[in-house]
Design a protein. Structure first.
Length: 327
């Protein structure tokens, strides 16, 4: 079943301060809720009228005091198919959707995961989201990382949220269980880029992209630490790479965690809990942002999933049995 066309109709008057500016620059100033690339494509496609005349030159110099009209169709951006996959919806309105993603759910189709993803679920839950690039997905979580994600239901909402991400306004906080007993919190400021030999992995690289992770200790155990982490940037695998870089990789991380480390003399329950935890112990616990339409600062929280609660309980009981200093 084809979706109805999504028509965008915009209008605005330019001012004296727009004199001498290019048409694409003026549109970006007047309609900041749309990306520059989208506005430019509308100019090139003949969707922009200035004082009743169609203009197709982005570099056209404006005089100010003109009347601009835009009438365009939002084309379908997604080729994936909708699938009736249940989503744990924490919040929803006409502009955004916040979900609590479970483990073992891929966010976006890719090699080895052509469907059965969050994107496929979104196409089913919000059919007309297919006109929003990436079905409104603004940021991702790794397949086996649980927790909160925000999705934009409209193109203006997506542009607004992306700008918040790029401007480091959106706040994302995580909980994790790391190997080793950490004395205090701190900051990892280390650039991240592609691994030099394993191209599907990331690594701290001298000429990588800037990456900053803040962390604090929530609870110390004799061989592990329960952490609260806050992203200042959002590089691929950032928390996992940064914690491995400071020699405190996340428990269960199949890529960056190395071989499981079992505390000396640990009980069978603790050993089983550590060995059976087959994903990185990482959960997106809190998300805060300015609502793209109301500008209200909003915050959502998601409790730790049951598997992480059980894991932390096991290492806490192990610590109670042996003492904090008995590693």
């Amino acid at each position: 079943m084809t979706q109805p066309e999504n028509t965008v109709k915009l209008e605005a008057n330019t001012g004296p301060h727009h004199y001498g500016m290019r048409l694409d620059q003026v549109l970006a100033d007047l309609f900041p809720e749309y990306s520059r690339s989208k506005l430019k494509s509308w100019i090139l496609d003949g969707n922009v009228m200035v004082d009743g005349d169609v203009l197709t030159t982005p570099k056209h110099k404006m005089l100010g005091e003109e009347y601009i009209q835009i009438a365009a169709i939002m084309e379908v951006q997604i080729s994936s198919k909708p699938q009736n996959i249940e989503l744990d919806i924490v919040y929803e309105d006409d502009a955004i959707l916040v979900i609590n993603k479970p483990a073992d759910l891929v966010v976006h189709p890719g090699a080895g995961n052509p469907d059965g993803t969050v994107l496929n679920a979104l196409l089913s839950h919000v059919p007309d989201i297919d006109v929003v690039p990436r079905a409104g997905i603004v940021h991702r979580l790794d397949k086996d990382t649980t927790g909160l994600m925000v999705v934009a239901k409209t193109v203006p909402a997506q542009t607004h949220l992306v700008n918040q991400l790029q401007g480091r306004v959106m706040s994302r906080e995580y909980e994790a269980l790391a190997y080793g007993t950490m004395v205090a919190g701190g900051i990892v400021d280390a650039p991240i880029g592609r691994h030099p030999t394993k191209r599907t992995l990331m690594a701290v690289r001298e000429f990588g992209k800037p990456a900053v992770t803040h962390y604090r200790v929530m609870e110390k155990f004799r061989a592990h630490t329960h952490l609260r982490l806050k992203l200042e940037t959002g590089r691929t695998h950032q928390i996992r790479v940064h914690m491995a870089h400071v020699k405190h990789p996340l428990v269960g991380d199949p890529v960056y965690g190395g071989r499981p480390r079992l505390p000396k003399g640990a009980s069978d329950a603790c050993v089983n809990a550590l060995r059976s935890f087959q994903r990185q112990a990482l959960h997106a616990a809190q998300l805060s942002l300015f609502h793209p339409e109301t500008e209200e600062w909003m915050t959502w929280q998601a409790p730790l999933p049951a598997d992480m609660v059980s894991l932390i309980t096991a290492v806490r009981e192990d610590t109670a049995e042996h003492g904090l200093d008995d590693v």
